[in-house]
Design a protein around this ligand. Structure first.
Ligand code: BES
Ligand code: MN
Ligand code: MN
Length: 477
């Protein structure tokens, strides 16, 4: 294997990290197999592994089988572990030199539902490339980002017959529905899963061409609120004005959840929230971020959020409470004079350290009970939750990641935060007691969970190169 001379690399974390090219044998593998590695991803994307829908259970199982096969083909031992929900796929390669590190790569092979289908410009489960973007449900979240790891492993195993680290691949099929069975699996198999580092690619880079290492994720507390009024729908003329309307009652309940300044008004909501301090706020300010650009990305007429915080601070270090869905009464064509019997809202809170889903559930229940108007009953049902996560970035794993990302992207990575949630990250850290490295290859505007989801083709290949470089870096780290 040929590598760049050490002198070229500069100090451990130098200023010219990008002078360090990818090992020539790995580069040759990627050059030679580019179209095949793309076609294989397309096969993976064609399987509609929608974890939320039971009519897709067979597809979801098929995606697990497909993934296990692909791990076997590149030389890992693969097994499928049934759970109460969708199966867990485990890949293992443990023939590294004595003393080598063991890394665990986590990802998910399930995807969000593709609806509304009419808003897609091409079929969600028939990948199409336009403008350097791979369009398909799951392209970036998370099949593309998971599969690039499989191909990075193949690059090593195929060109050298071995890997510089022992590798465990752990892929679940329930991430998009709350990872209900994963923590239990990790707990029950913690000896098997023992590792020196957990690597996850299930997030986005801060900007095109700018590789990013994540230092925080928000947590989640997700609820359904059901409001019940009369026993059945009523004529709104014959009964309207005489009984409480559940849709109006729900509207009033939801309206109490914020003040006019964008702060969550549920009593006690901020009690456990940590102030990240001035240094974190200064670090965030150094990132290339433009409010107008962000506003255009969202298509909103203007930005709005908690007073006293910048947009990135609002997204990364402040908690939220959002309505995700509303259902009540007549919503079809034309008019129907009806007083609905019930109304329902899906409401979720994004959490930051040290909030917990359990405490937020307690506060939410107490608040809804307090503000529910007379004449209806309201019930709060928790659907799922996950803890927030924040880490100090530093140490040999992160230095290795910085060098590997710089090699592939020819640019020094930035440290960023994230507003989304990957609940299992906290579980990995707690149960396996290993550092977690979050390096994502998505991009702003990727439409994850939305119509026309895409992954940058360039990032798919560069992510592969970066991860292949990372395994080499961990030999020496
Ligand atoms: N990949 C995302 C999480 C994510 C999104 C991380 C954006 C970083 C940037 C993951 O698949 C996801 O969608 N998570 C859910 C939580 C889950 C419990 C349903 C989320 O954040 O809504
Ligand atoms: Mn994901
Ligand atoms: Mn997702």
């Amino acid at each position: 294997m040929e590598r760049a001379p050490r002198e070229l690399r500069g100090p451990a974390v130098g200023f010219r990290l990008f002078d360090m090219p990818l090992a020539t044998d790995l580069q040759a593998f990627f050059d030679k197999h580019q179209s095949r590695t793309r076609d294989e991803l397309f096969d993976f994307l064609r399987i509609p592994s929608v974890s939320a829908r039971s009519e897709h259970n067979l597809d979801t199982a098929r995606a697990a089988d497909w993934l296990a096969d692909s791990l076997r083909k590149v030389g890992l031992k693969a097994s499928i572990h049934p759970t109460k929900g969708h199966p867990i796929v485990l890949g293992e390669w443990r023939d590294a030199k004595p003393g080598a590190q063991t890394v665990l790569v986590y990802g998910h092979y399930d995807v969000q539902p593709a609806e509304p289908l009419e808003l897609w410009d091409s079929l969600p489960f028939e990948p199409a490339v336009r403008d350097g973007k791979i369009f398909a449900r799951g392209s970036v979240d998370d099949k593309g980002q998971l599969y690039l790891h499989v191909k990075a492993l193949e690059a090593h195993l195929s060109s050298r017959g071995s890997l510089p680290v022992n590798v465990i691949v752990l892929a679940e099929g329930e991430e998009e529905v709350g990872s209900e069975n994963l923590a239990e699996f990790i707990e029950a198999n913690k000896d098997l899963l023992r590792c020196d580092a957990v690597i996850i690619s299930d997030s986005a880079m801060f900007a095109p061409g700018l590789p990013s290492i994540l230092s925080s994720l928000r947590g989640l507390a997700y609820f359904q609120i059901d409001v019940q009024g009369p026993a059945s729908d009523l004529h709104s003329g014959m009964y309207g004005g005489g009984v409480m309307n559940p849709a109006m009652a729900l509207g009033r309940i939801l309206a109490t959840m914020h003040d006019a300044e964008g702060r969550v008004a549920i009593p006690g909501f901020y009690d456990a929230v940590l102030d990240w301090g001035e240094k974190a706020r200064q670090d965030i300010k150094t990132l290339p971020f433009d409010n107008d650009h962000f506003c255009a990305e969202t298509g909103s007429p203007e930005l709005f959020g908690e007073a006293g915080y910048s947009t990135l601070e609002r997204l990364w270090m402040r908690p939220t409470c959002e309505v995700n869905g509303l259902l009540s009464g007549y919503t079809g064509e034309g008019a129907k004079t009806v007083l609905p019997a019930k109304a329902m809202a899906k409401v979720s809170c994004r959490l930051v350290p040290n909030q917990t889903p359990e405490e937020i559930e307690r506060l939410m229940r107490a608040h809804v009970a307090r503000v529910t108007p007379k004449g209806v009953t309201a019930t709060v049902t928790p659907l799922h939750g996950g803890r927030p996560w924040r880490a100090e970035i530093g140490g040999p794993l992160f230095d290795a990641a910085r060098r590997a990302l710089a090699t592939a992207f020819e640019r020094e990575p930035v440290i960023t935060g994230e507003g989304g949630s990957i609940p299992v990250v906290g579980d990995f850290q707690r149960i396996l007691n290993a550092p977690v490295l979050l390096v994502g290859f998505g991009l702003p505007g990727e439409n994850a969970h939305a119509p026309n989801e895409w992954m940058s083709e360039d990032n798919y290949f560069k992510g592969m190169a970066a991860m292949a470089a990372l395994w080499d870096e961990l030999t020496t780290a």
